[in-house]
Design a protein around this ligand. Structure first.
Ligand code: JCH
Length: 224
């Protein structure tokens, strides 16, 4: 999968793209992530990427021209273009699965009060929100989308830690609790059934524990 990121803060992406899963997938060539500085696509002396809001009010808006130029510098080929926004379609595992099937994604991280609407209109960008809270820019949302999507790309994570173990798997339940050694820690015991070796009993316990955790933490998931 190829992913191009358009941002005015490219250095934010350095360490997250080097570490862990993303870093390994990039090293292995499974993932080709390219980060572009939108400011490099300005044409004026001041390399201006923002301007005042038409209609007035406080706060600046990202200008469309450098974003269009950055996008058009990527070359030809079918791309799915996403722009991060608190006013976007909320990211969920269903959208993540869909995006993981795309061969080429372009993710735009804005700043200020957001981006000129003509990026949505003229480039066909889809607005995506990572949740109902407000951040100061789209860089962290881009990294969230990248990590969620790329772990589903074949070859990015190992077989054994595969996707059926997701909290938002086919059954729509949260994941069950996990335990490792020691069997007793500061007076807290691991449930006996998990030490029993009875695989059917373990499966029944996990299912019930998953339902209970979902009821407690996310009752909305059980309604559906
Ligand atoms: C962003 C901003 C509009 C603050 C600028 C670009 C995404 N889920 C999610 N939360 N926040 C974002 C996000 C994404 C891109 C940008 N900002 C700051 C934009 C606002 O209107 C209320 C407030 C925030």
């Amino acid at each position: 999968m190829r992913v191009d990121v358009l941002t005015i803060f490219p250095s934010i992406f350095d360490s997250p793209l080097r570490e862990s899963l993303l870093g390994k997938a990039i090293d292995a060539g499974t993932l080709d992530v390219r980060v572009h500085d939108v400011r490099d696509h300005t044409t004026d002396r001041h390399r201006q990427v923002d301007d005042e809001s038409y209609g007035g009010g406080p706060g600046m808006v990202m200008k469309p021209e450098p974003i269009f130029r950055a996008f058009e510098s990527l070359g030809d080929g079918p791309k799915r273009l996403l722009v991060m926004s608190p006013a976007g379609r909320r990211l969920d595992q269903e959208l993540v699965r869909e995006l993981s099937k795309e061969p080429w994604l372009v993710l735009i991280a804005g700043r200020y009060e957001g981006i000129d609407e003509r990026v949505v209109e003229g480039l066909g960008a889809e607005e995506v929100s990572i949740g109902d809270y407000v951040l100061s820019g789209g860089e962290l949302p881009v990294l969230v989308v990248l990590e969620a999507v790329t772990r589903l790309v074949p070859g990015v994570i190992g077989r054994e830690e595969s996707h059926e173990r997701d909290s938002f798997g086919a059954d729509g339940l949260l994941d069950h609790p996990h335990y490792t050694r020691p069997a007793e820690f500061r007076g807290m015991r691991v449930p006996d059934v998990l030490l029993s070796g009875d695989h059917a009993a373990v499966e029944r316990w996990r299912r019930e524990a998953a339902v209970e955790k979902t009821r407690r933490n996310r009752p909305d998931l059980l309604e559906r």
